[in-house]
Design a protein around this ligand. Structure first.
Ligand SMILES: NC(=O)c1ccc[n+]([C@@H]2O[C@H](COP(=O)([O-])OP(=O)(O)OC[C@H]3O[C@@H](n4cnc5c(N)ncnc54)[C@H](OP(=O)(O)O)[C@@H]3O)[C@@H](O)[C@H]2O)c1
Length: 371
């Protein structure tokens, strides 16, 4: 007889909660009970599951009695508030918030990367920040073959990452602007429609926001090393769903581009999307609602043979694509269409490749800018 689980979704009415509900259904998760929890605001609301209406309940300590697994996606303070009650009920909390991610006693798990870490949980298993998951998926197979020395990542984050109300704000602001009206920003700090701005999280003294530092610390914890130098720039863009990232990777030693492409293509949960002739690469629209992380536009960068850049990702409601900023020991520039050297290199190389993709050849340093 197959094992079944009694599951509660804490934050069931949110952007993540509704995706979790859909996944439990589409993947036919073996459930013997499903409880939907929220704040008192949404209590009484009905959500559809397998053709039936389930009523959302306001969370209380008694909500977790008899539950095996709590999928928590109601924010860090709510996870912290209910952690003791969940533990007392004997349930395991799989937490989507940042509350416990960097706690040394809590495994931070990307199933395709470090599933074994989950075995050592003490009641809480943390799920990383969405931008970190996207980055770690294609990095992991490469890092195992050739240690990564340095990462420079820029993100293009959709409204979905800020929750269901931010997605609604993007819709209403877009309509307002198209109607010639002033867009009203209530959830995000600035109008997101037809606009972009740095990620809406707190700044530190060095000028990095919380989201950027999450990428730094969480990536190191998941990959199991503090030796990787990481710099992140996180930006909100007017995309409804699916984050994108441009990642520049520097390895300890030269890494053949075709080998990297081959490894990424074989990675579970990752799909290589690269058609250089058709100029078709990962896009949020293609990533949205899909499970795979899309990766593409992989190429070497400027003179330094051990550095190359790849791009693009997607995982339900928060995955995306990378174009590609370029950085090496000698240069730093954006290659996502604005750099003539990069375009010339791609054009020159394209006819010589079976699929028009760039080869391992290096390009000129356009700025002679020692770092
Ligand atoms: N969105 C993403 O792509 C994403 C990705 C990874 C991780 N996360 C994390 O997941 C969490 C939820 O994000 P989200 O985007 O789904 O947010 P959201 O759309 O704003 O939804 C928040 C959910 O939490 C519930 N909630 C809020 N305060 C509560 C409280 N005091 N007690 C009980 N329930 C409460 C809300 O219930 P009501 O309907 O009653 O308000 C709603 O169901 C956050 O920690 C976020 O950082 C989000």
């Amino acid at each position: 007889m197959s094992e079944t689980y009694r599951v509660a979704i804490l934050g069931a009415t949110g952007a993540v909660g509704t995706e979790l509900l859909a996944l439990l259904e589409s993947r036919q998760f073996p459930l013997s009970e499903l409880k939907l929890l929220s704040s008192p605001r949404s209590a009484g609301q009905q959500l559809q599951f397998k053709g039936a209406s389930l009523v959302v309940e306001a969370v209380t300590a008694a909500s977790f009695e008899g539950i095996d697994i709590v999928l928590a996606s109601a924010g860090g303070s709510t996870s912290k508030q209910w952690a003791a009650a969940i533990a007392a009920a004997g349930a395991v909390m799989v937490d989507n918030s940042s509350a416990f991610r960097l706690d040394p006693a809590v495994p931070l798990v990307v199933p395709e990367v470090n599933p074994e870490a989950a075995q050592h949980h003490q009641g809480v298993i943390a799920n990383p920040n969405c931008t970190t998951i996207l980055m770690c998926l294609p990095l992991w197979p490469l890092h195992q073959v050739q240690p990564i020395r340095r990462l420079i990542v820029s993100t293009y984050q959709s409204a979905s990452g800020a929750g269901a109300r931010a997605m609604e704000e993007l819709r209403t602001q877009s309509q307002a602007i198209l109607d010639g009206k002033e867009p009203q920003a209530e959830i995000l700090p600035h109008p997101i429609a037809f606009n972009l701005f740095p990620h809406n999280s707190a700044w530190n003294d060095q000028g990095y926001c919380e989201e950027e530092m999450k990428m730094v610390h969480e990536t190191r914890k998941i990959l199991g090393t503090d030796d990787i130098r990481i710099s992140a720039t996180c930006v909100r863009v007017p995309v409804l769903r699916a984050h994108s990232e441009a990642i520049n990777i520097e390895f300890d030693r030269p890494f053949p581009l075709e080998k990297a492409r081959e490894l990424i293509a074989q990675t579970p949960g990752v799909k290589l999307v690269e058609d250089w002739k058709a100029s078709y690469f990962p896009m949020p629209m293609d990533a949205s609602g899909k499970d795979e992380t899309l990766v593409g536009r992989i190429r070497k960068i400027c003179r330094v043979k051990i550095t190359w850049s790849c791009g693009s990702v997607a995982i339900r409601s928060a995955r995306g694509q990378r174009s590609t900023p370029c950085r090496s020991r000698n240069c730093s520039w954006s290659a996502s269409g604005s750099n003539p050297s990069a375009r010339r290199l791609e054009q020159a190389q394209a006819p010589h490749r079976p699929n028009g993709s760039p080869s391992d050849m290096t390009c000129d340093n356009p700025c002679n800018n020692p770092l």
